[in-house]
Design a protein. Sequence first.
Length: 255
Amino acid sequence: MPGPIQSLERAAAILRLLAGGERRFGLSEVATTLGLAKGTAHGILRTLHQEGFVEQDPKSGKYQLGAELLRLSSSYLDVHELRARALVWADDLARGTGESVRIGVLHKGGVLVIHHVFRPDDSRQVLEIGAMLPLHSTAWGKVLLAFDPAARAELDETDAVAFTARTITDAAAMDAQSVTVRERGWAGDVEESVLGLAGIAAPIRDRRGTPVGAVGISGAVERIVADGAPRPALVAAVRDAARAVSRDLGASFPY
């Protein structure tokens, strides 16, 4: 089994040092405190600075934690808070609708499933926590595209793949669809990713009213859809769950 990478260990030690201090540290202080050669410490700090993990005061030349590291930390906490706040409501939604429930967040051009509740029956199912869902062809992705500008920007960097004959891949059509999703407050997909399956999702917002994820249900088309559209009772249940999670995150209504 390979051993630890020394340069990464040293970078981690520098970050811990900066995180634990109440002041900025100069190059010599970092090197002396951690027992590193000044050249080694400087090289690591320069790399961390380039990546945004540390910042250097232009006057004193001393270092402190950077915004990128704080952003990653905030993202980690937000995702875990979202999951913790949503657990009960996701269970209730699965019981109330009889369908499986997923909660997803924007991640690397797709929707990362951070929580999954099985359909409450005896059928064999696969846990999908950690799975990635497409942005353009799932209800969760459509919600993020409609309410989160970052999602639309990330989709522009990838090619929208047609999974079925019903998948929308045209950019103008997707933008028009997003307008509709914003107007009604929820998104649906009918056999756009997988034949025979449909989904409904609604946005989850934080205390600032910012969209931080989506919650929704998926299941067989015949259970989710009636007369060519998602069943109103299921749409209402999904939207109620999204509002409940949002309230627990501190969101106020109207946004």
